[in-house]
Structures are given as C-alpha cells and as structure tokens.
Design a protein around this ligand. Structure first.
Ligand code: TXA
Ligand code: MG
Length: 332
C-alpha cells in the first residue's frame, strides 16, 4: 500500500483535504490524524473490519482496547450504556482536551474489537481543529490509538508516524508538531470514585477538583487483571530504541561515564547542561514545555543512532507525574 502524506492547515483545515480523509475512512481505510496530544491512527469506530486493521498496522495485541474520539459530549453519551455523573462533570469542563473517560459501553454502537470485548469504552473529544473537522465531517466516531507500532514511542510529528507506519495506512494528515506531546490522561468513571488509569497531559489537580475526589490505580505487573483492563499501565511502554537511564544529579556523572561512547544527556536544568561531557539536550524547565518536547527529543536521538540516553530525574511534584511515568516506562 502507498501511504500519502498531505499537509493540512492546523488551524483552518482545508475542506478538500478533510473530504479526502472522510472518503478513505468511509471506504474502510486508515487515516492518521493530528490531535493536541500525539498523532492517532484512525478508523471509523463503528466499522469492526476497519478497526481490526488498526491492530494489524500497529502490531497491537487484540486485548488492548482503543480510545474512541468524538465530536462532542452528545456523541460520547450515545456510545455509553450509562453516562455517570462524574463523566458529565469532568467532560463538561475538560472537553475538548487531553482527558479520556472510561464509561460503560453501549454494545449496540461500539463493536467488540474496539474494547477488546470489554464492558467499558474509553472516550475523548480532542482539542485540535483538524481532528474536530474530520469528526464532524465524517459524522461518526473515530477509534484511534497513538500512531506508532506497539510499545514504541508515540509520534508527535508526521515524520515520526512515517518511520513506523509507512505502507500500512492510506493517508497521514500532517498538521505539524502536536502542542502537548504527551498522551491524554485516562480516568475510569464507572465506579463510585473516579480512578486514574493513565497519567497524561490533563492536570491531576484540575481533574481532582472536577471529580470531587480521585483514586490512583496501583502499579500492576503483567499478570495483573487491572493491567489487562488498561494495558497502558504495563511497564516497558512508550520506549525508544536506545537504552534510557534516569539519573539524579549526584549520580549523573557516573551514569554518563557508564553510558559509553554513543550517549546523550537530556536535562531540564541549564546548570547541568554546562558541565556535562556529552551531547546535551536541554528541555524546558516547566512540565508543559518539557512534555511537549520529550518524545521529539527521544525520536531525534534514536534517529541519530544514540545507544544510551541519560535523563536527569525530573521534579517529584504532581505536575510532573505524567512525565515521570513515561520516563520510568521508557527506562524499563
Ligand atoms: O492522547 C491520547 O490518548 C492518544 C490520542 C491519539 O488520542 N491516544 C492514545 O491511545 O494514547 P492508545 O491506544 O495509545 O492508549 C489508550 C490507553 C491505553 O492505555 C489503553 O489500555 C487504555 O487507554 N484504554 C482504552 N480503552 C480502555 C478501557 N475500556 N478501559 C480501560 N483502559 C482503556
Ligand atoms: Mg499508545
């Protein structure tokens, strides 16, 4: 299959480009679309055969359910068999945005293949003009995991997508780099108190306030039922090809010595950047800026053939939790 990459204006998507993507999705094809978090690998969510092609293209095991993207809250409610009060409160404020709610599934509207046969469905209204234009022009929900091979690093540019999926999708809509650069926060709204299943780009402090209380899923292992419910919780996910090592300031020099020739250092502190005897990538010192740059930096170091990436540990506070989570997983 030939994969076409088409540029699209990120703010005012050209109607003819959107129409082309709609034709492909309607015919059962796959379209990679930009979102504010990462690029998604999309298929019409109500078309089981198209959704099955997503799993093939990604090499993703069938037990890992997909996020369904919707144009508005009304479309989301239509895919749920029950719309919990917490989902209403949260989505009312957080959508469009990098926040995914897990709710009871409407079996008549969401095929088994989307949810791995489960009783719940993950829903999100993305905050990106291109994604929203495509969703409303299609008039159907779009199932879309991150547009990378299973367990690889998520893509924040069309070039990252091509590295993984060239020849596996019909069309890539290239709207430039994603603003947030970290996947959405996933929150399970099916129980009494909402439970965070995946830390992500949406602020936990805000989510806690909206939800009026919040539980954190424990860190499961591969045999854990909770992990199988939400495999994004599995360790060694979101990993670059290079070995990734996290080091505190006091062990940084040692880690760099141990790292060998083809090493690089990723830090958020100018003071570290000045002394380090290695190629240095200095990322912004705020969590939003750091998150937006992180995957692109790891992709670039991979492409440059770096063998070991030493990352200086990021701050311990909650605002950095999604970044700490991704770094920990990438370091295995
Ligand atoms: O930002 C994002 O969320 C991106 C963009 C494209 O929207 N999508 C994304 O999808 O990261 P994916 O498939 O790479 O990750 C979806 C996560 C996985 O951890 C999956 O296990 C979890 O959501 N998930 C999906 N459906 C679920 C469900 N019904 N119950 C629990 N977890 C679910
Ligand atoms: Mg993913």
């Amino acid at each position: 299959m030939k994969t076409e990459v088409v540029r699209v204006d990120p703010l005012r998507p050209e109607p003819d480009v959107i129409a082309r993507a709609v034709r492909i999705l309607t015919a059962g094809g796959l379209v990679v679309l930009p979102t504010e978090t990462v690029y998604g690998l999309g298929a019409a969510a109500d078309d089981a055969a198209s959704v099955a092609r997503i799993f093939e293209a990604k090499g993703r095991p069938a037990y890992n359910p997909l996020i369904v993207h919707v144009a508005n809250v009304r479309a989301a409610r239509d895919l749920a068999s029950r719309w919990p009060e917490s989902a209403e409160r949260i989505t009312h404020h957080a959508w469009p945005g990098p926040l995914t709610v897990v709710v009871p599934r409407n079996r008549a509207k969401v095929p088994d293949v989307v949810t791995a046969g489960g009783d719940t469905v993950a829903l999100r209204m993305p905050d990106h003009p291109v994604a929203l234009a495509l969703l409303s022009a299609l008039g159907r929900p779009i199932a879309a995991p991150s547009a990378n091979r299973f367990q690889a690093l998520s893509p924040t540019t069309a070039a990252h997508v091509l590295k993984n999926l060239d020849g596996h999708v019909e069309l890539i809509l290239d709207a430039g780099p994603c603003d947030r650069g970290i996947e959405s926060t996933v929150v399970d709204c099916t129980g009494e108190v909402p439970v965070v299943l995946r830390h992500g780009a949406y602020s936990l402090a805000t989510l806690r306030r909206l939800a009026g209380g919040l539980q954190s899923a424990h860190e499961p292992n591969e045999n854990d039922a909770a992990a199988l419910r939400s495999p994004g919780l599995l360790r060694l996910h979101y990993a670059p090809n290079a070995r990734l090592v996290i080091a505190r300031p006091e062990t940084l020099a040692h880690a760099l010595r141990e790292a060998g020739e083809r090493r690089a250092l990723v830090t958020h502190r100018a003071s570290t950047a000045n002394f380090a005897p290695a190629e240095v990538c200095t990322l912004p010192s705020d969590p939003e800026g750091y998150g937006a740059a992180l995957y692109a930096t790891l992709h670039r170091l991979d492409d440059a053939g770096v063998h070991t990436i030493v990352v200086e540990a990021v701050p311990d506070d909650e605002a950095w939790s999604a970044i700490r989570d991704r770094l920990a997983r990438a370091s295995g």
